[in-house]
Ligand binder design. Sequence first.
Ligand SMILES: [Zn+2]
Length: 290
Amino acid sequence: MPQSRRLVCLLLCVLAVFWSGAALAWCRSTTCKGANCPSDDSGCNTSGKKLWWRGRCAGFSLQANGSVLLPSDKVHAVIDAAFATWSDVDCGGGQRASVTTGPLPDTPCVNNEYDPNGRNVNLVVFRDNAWTFKGTYDNIAKTTVHFDADTGEILDVDMEINSAANWFTLDRKDVEYDLQSVITHEVGHFLGIAHSDQPWAVMYPDYEPGSTAGRTLSGDDIAAVCAAYPPGRAASCDLTPRGGFDTCSGQAAGGCAARPGAPSAVAGAAGIAAAALCLVRRKGKGGSRR
Ligand SMILES: [Zn+2]
């Protein structure tokens, strides 16, 4: 979206809220999955427990192979910047949202999975060679949140990037699919935030190719993260993934395409569930959703 249009949208949104008292349109992800979950006028799930990180901090790791299509150092910088966008967000008056993220060492782990009895890693992985989510070849990324079905507490998150079907770029010039915009959207899911129906929000599901507007949170996105993680919330800080940092010593390296996207065998275990949220190509001019 052109910056000028984005600014107009933001202005109209602010005015609409001022005049009518209408709520912003952000939504929280919940433990209710599937198309049959009850929802409100904005499409927000109205049943199930909201997803949330118990701690103040969450770590993430890039799969060590990165993408053969992109320079590793720049990819690290872009991913770190995308996560940082959602960290310690200013909720007003200098009050900061009580959640932050931080990078952990790269990992050889390649699988989208959660092990309730072992170590884990919150993974960011490029799928250069294949994208095997059935019926979703036009997705440009997919984030799977593993959570406690009783409480909504997030236990593990794995983010997969469909570099097999999309041409990602890193800079602000000659933009195709702006990796930072895409990852920034996926980090919203990482934190338990669902799609917004506001076109100027980072959490809007459509991505317009060539746009870098999704690098910057809108008021709608800020309201979402501040509601989910209010300032002053009592929470400890530990970047370590659930059960300890998994080094995946038993997994083969070089697995950019190894078992892409397969749901974890343990994801359906008692009390544990997973929800995948993704970005899908927009109809028409080749836009995409996420
Ligand atoms: Zn999404």
